[in-house]
Design a binder for this molecule. Sequence first.
Ligand code: ADE
Length: 242
Amino acid sequence: MKIDVITIFPGMFVSPFAESIMQRAREKGLLQLEVHDLRDYCHDRHRVVDDYPYGGGAGMVMRPEPALRAISALRGEDSSAQVLLPTPVGEPFSQDLAEELSRIGHLIIFCPHYEGIDERVSRHIDREVSLGDYILTGGELPAMVIIDAVVRLLPGVLGSSASLEEESFSPLLEYPHYTRPAEYEGERVPEVLLSGHHARIREWRRLQALRRTYERRPDLLERASLSEVEKELVARWRREAQ
Ligand code: ADE
């Protein structure tokens, strides 16, 4: 997958993609990440990327010309490329969206700053994406989060596809994990995990996942596929909680 990032802070992207799984994805050629300095697309001597807002008000607005020059240059003739804009007014980012984006061959992510970008750029943007209901100082951190969530889904990036299948949001929260020692600060690892009895372990993990989801994210139960027994169990927990 090719990902082009357009930013006024290219240095921010160095270490998060020079370590661990993202670095390996790049070395294996599964991720071609290129980070571009928006100022390289300014034609004025001072390479100014922002200007005062029409109508007045606080803050600055990113100028449309350098942004559009950068987007068109990177999109080139590639009609399959999708342009993403991280912004708090975008659609909520989710695992489903990460999966959708992981099937696109070429992403271009524009990282806005200041009060945002001139609205006339918006028809050149395919998707506006929000990480959540809070305000960050710019689009760089959201872009990194989106890239990480998307790239780890690409075939060959993670060691085993089994770990992808079992993880959270597909569709229950994950069960708790334990490693050695078997006893730590007086607390023992649940006996079933030491039993070597795979069917019982699977059953215990499923029950833990269900209970956790019920307690922490009951909204996710609406779209989880549950057996009749599990539905009855959840109904009982709800009755008991009343
Ligand atoms: N830019 C600033 N805040 C943001 C958020 N919550 N999501 C995406 N982009 C942002």
